[in-house]
Design a protein around this ligand. Structure first.
Ligand code: IPD
Ligand code: CA
Ligand code: CA
Length: 268
């Protein structure tokens, strides 16, 4: 690949693609039956819609950026390391999608030499498109968004995910949940990590924390949180949150307070 793409133009094209694929996903949700659902493992489902949506996304993103590589959840394309890598989750929130709940998203990130330069999270049911590019502001449907300004855990609304595959730290996780319920305005569990991150970016939540996540769940949303003025780390405070399966994303004003509570529960 010779030229660095115009990221502002590219993100507009990706947003349009998400709207197009989102329409397909919405239509198929109303038609989905048990026959369309497969199990990949314990509590790990996939539908023909996830796969078809991914195939559509891959072919269009390939056309937008010829020569790029892909890392995708449903593996409809072989993973091949390239300078530019698209990281894609065609439906983040498949369990919600299957049960007819309206909270699921398309999550896309573009990395250049392992650094994220573009992120899009498209919340399909309400057509909310969150996006950002390197050097730019975070946006929601064309308007700039920012993380919230609440600066104390006691005034915050948090969001998390309960691990439904890797149960290694489940007991400690539930203790942490109890502890945070007492220290905050509450803790939500929406079922789409990408939406959780997008909602931190626009200030609906002060922070999101979860473990056991995959790169396609978090790469796009974490980038948008940062461009919205937030802070994203792993639980050591480092930056291994895309591949490291531990993530804490917040408005930056209470990340440390929350991180201390997480570490305290995990080290008991
Ligand atoms: C899941 C969602 C969920 C999180 C899970 C993810 P999927 O993604 O992001 O919120 O708790 O860990 O696997 O399977 O719906 O794409
Ligand atoms: Ca996912
Ligand atoms: Ca998925």
């Amino acid at each position: 690949m010779e030229n660095f793409p115009d990221l502002n133009k590219l993100v507009e094209e990706v947003n349009n693609l998400c709207k197009h694929v989102g329409k397909f996903i919405r239509l198929e949700q109303s038609r989905l039956t048990q026959n369309g659902i497969e199990s990949k493992g314990i509590n790990d489902f996939v539908t023909y819609v996830d796969k078809a949506a991914e195939t559509l996304l891959v072919s269009e993103l390939q056309a937008l950026l010829p020569g790029c590589g892909f890392l995708t959840e449903e593996k409809t394309v072989t993973e091949e390391e390239k300078d530019f890598m698209w990281i894609i989750d065609p439906i983040d929130g498949t369990t919600n999608f299957i049960h007819g709940l309206p909270l699921f998203s398309i999550s896309i990130a573009l990395m250049h030499k392992k650094k994220t330069v573009l992120g899009v999270v498209y919340e399909v049911s309400h057509e909310e498109c969150f996006y950002a590019v390197e050097g730019g502001k975070a946006m929601l449907n064309g308007k700039e968004i920012q993380v919230s300004k609440r600066d104390a855990l006691k005034d915050s609304l948090l969001v998390t995910g309960f691990p439904y595959r890797d149960e290694g730290r489940l007991e400690a996780w539930m203790q942490l949940f109890i502890s945070l319920l007492r220290k905050s305005h509450g803790v939500r569990r929406l079922g789409s990590a990408a939406i959780d991150l997008a909602y931190v970016a626009c200030g609906r939540f002060e922070a999101f924390y979860e473990y056991g996540l995959s790169p396609w769940d978090v790469a796009g949303g974490a980038f948008i949180v940062k461009q919205a003025g937030g802070l994203v780390t792993d639980y050591s405070g480092g930056d291994d949150f895309i591949f490291g399966k531990e993530l804490l994303a917040g408005n930056g004003l209470m990340n440390e307070e929350l991180r201390a509570v997480i570490l305290n529960e995990f080290n008991k």
